[in-house]
Design a binder for this molecule. Structure first.
Ligand code: SF4
Length: 302
């Protein structure tokens, strides 16, 4: 017998294990939108413009669609911001998906590339013999470009598609390292630092699987496939632990995010963070003399 929606009795398309509910497509959409709205209300206020970091994968495509759907009617401009790391056969394809969708929805799209900004590509970096793995360089360079793009677009905030899975994995990694400072620095950002566009994470309580379903129900294209340099064994280890814990005890991911929120409020009450300085080489916001992007560029240039 078909499983039915707990709200209306129509055919269910999902069993939300952590809440115990079965939902049809319409009630799943309502459930999804309600949680994104709640996150938007609880994070930084957007007055004019939001830049959305979009890679073309299911999470960022769902984010672009849902923010466009919720914010555009309120007069807030939603702009897509993509980074081309220079990964042939992978990023060029996913950016094709972003371009097609942005055109379909008439969303402005800006693409910044490693090649134009740093004179190199991830393909070249991965070929070289460097101190760190490809993902370390890629993550730092991408974050720097997203921030630079959001500044140039005069966005109030930068939205990224981090899910409850990403948040719980990052939280666990930082707990195990004892890195409370990093937990506090993880978005959504409570403070504004000069030179750093605050991040919002509207999907931070939504599982990846639900972004996939949201894309499917709402006909949102998204790229498949995995980056050829995705070899971050450290993250994979934490991903496996969180997946096993969630399967054993549904709701674990949300519990980790709630714990991180509690730590952030305990740490933040009456506690203003130190202001950031400027990199002596490129002028980006940083806590040291030379920012991490410039140090990593030195490493790959040898
Ligand atoms: Fe960059 Fe690593 Fe992600 Fe590939 S898997 S896009 S190299 S961070």
């Amino acid at each position: 017998m078909a499983v039915v929606c707990d709200a209306c009795g129509r055919k269910a398309v999902i069993h939300v294990e952590y809440s115990g509910r079965h939902l049809c497509d319409e009630h799943f959409n309502d459930f999804y939108l309600k949680r994104v709205k709640r996150e938007l209300r609880s994070q930084r206020r957007i007055s004019n413009r939001v830049a959305v970091g979009v890679s073309g994968g299911k999470d960022s495509m769902a984010l672009l669609d849902v923010l466009h759907h919720l914010l555009s009617p309120a007069g807030i401009e939603v702009i897509a911001l993509s980074i081309d790391e220079g990964i042939a056969g992978y990023r060029d394809r996913s950016l094709g998906t972003v371009r097609e969708f942005a055109e379909r929805r008439e969303i402005e799209l800006t693409v910044l590339s490693f090649e134009n900004e740093f004179g190199t590509t991830m393909d070249s970096i991965a070929e070289g013999d460097h101190e760190r793995g490809a993902c370390s360089y890629c993550g730092v360079f991408r974050r720097s470009l997203l921030n630079r793009g959001a500044i140039d677009l005069e966005a109030d905030v930068l939205a990224t598609g981090h899910t409850v899975d990403d948040m719980a994995q990052t939280g666990l990694m930082n707990f195990l390292r004892g890195d409370v400072d990093r937990i506090v620095r993880t978005g959504p950002h409570r403070w504004v630092h000069e030179g750093l566009v605050p991040r919002i994470l509207p999907l931070r309580r939504i599982p990846e699987k639900e972004n996939m379903l949201y894309c499917h129900i709402n006909d949102i294209p998204h790229a498949h496939g995995e980056c050829p340099y995705a070899t971050d064994a450290h993250r994979q280890f934490h991903r496996d632990i969180i997946a096993r814990a969630e399967s054993d005890t549904p709701g674990t991911r949300h519990a980790v995010v709630n714990s991180m929120d509690r730590i952030v409020s305990l740490f933040s009450d009456g506690h203003e963070p130190e202001p950031l300085g400027r990199c002596s080489r490129c002028g980006d916001a940083t806590s040291g003399d030379v920012c991490m992007k410039c140090r990593y560029l030195d490493e790959i240039r040898g």
